[in-house]
Unconditional design. Structure first.
Length: 239
């Protein structure tokens, strides 16, 4: 399939910008690799770019992808800006974005749906997750699974992920279902009866019965007047 790779690079950057993410060179390179992988899965190893990807540094890389990114920036398809690296004073890193995110790049219509839909999913998932992107590429993309550092990647190993088979549940005969429903209904009825029934009352004596009868009497009227005789409070005190 003949496509303009610089247009593909713009589409990748555009998709990331739609979710307000700018891409570093490393992430952009990895998404171009994924575009080749998703295409190779349906074409018995043929890639969109035809480039010789190798296991270099942080996974898949080739000099052609860096050249294409540089050309896309020079031709105004993407915007690039350099920033000083926090980890290496001798190197700068670049971020890429596009100004216009409203108009969809035309190349998207030219790409097979099975490529762009999967690539768009990957960009949305890992545009801001470098470690997650690397983990996916190292452990879930076929050309990298058995690759040795420095070796060329073999896209002929690309395969569609195995489809998870549906587990067919064993059908329960209607008679057993009806019997189960009846059992559940009986249990529900017992539960309701247990809640509504009052607990059994133990033996009572005359003191308890007198106390209960007092509780059933009417309350005393408020505002009673008079004098209460308490008796001799000092009867036991020595004088």
């Amino acid at each position: 399939m003949l496509i303009n790779i610089e247009d593909l690079i713009r589409a990748i950057v555009w998709c990331a910008n739609r979710r307000r993410e700018k891409l570093t060179t490393l992430r952009l390179v990895k998404f171009v690799y994924l575009a080749d992988l998703y295409y190779a899965r349906y074409t018995k190893g043929k890639t969109l770019t035809g480039w010789p990807w190798a296991f270099v540094y942080f996974g898949p890389w080739c000099k052609q992808v860096n050249e294409a990114i540089d050309n896309a920036a020079k031709n105004g398809l993407i915007i690039a800006q350099e920033y000083p690296s926090k980890y290496d004073d001798a190197k700068d890193y670049r971020l890429f974005w596009v100004e216009d995110t409203e108009e969809e790049p035309k190349i998207i219509d030219a790409l097979p749906t099975y490529v762009w839909s999967k690539l768009q999913w990957a960009i949305q998932k890992w545009a801001d997750d470098w470690s997650g992107l690397l983990e996916y590429i190292y452990f879930e993309t076929e050309p990298m699974l058995e690759a040795k550092p420095g070796a060329l990647l073999d896209f002929r190993q690309s395969q569609m992920p195995a489809v998870v088979k549906k587990v067919e549940l064993k059908k329960i005969p209607k008679a057993k279902l009806d019997e189960a429903k009846k059992t559940v209904a009986r249990l529900q009825e017992k539960f309701k009866t247990g809640i509504s029934a009052s607990p059994s009352q133990g033996p009572t004596d005359t003191v308890y019965q007198e106390f209960v009868s007092k509780l059933e009497e009417e309350d005393l009227e408020a505002g009673l007047e008079g004098t209460a005789e308490l008796g001799d409070l000092d009867s036991g005190r020595k004088r």
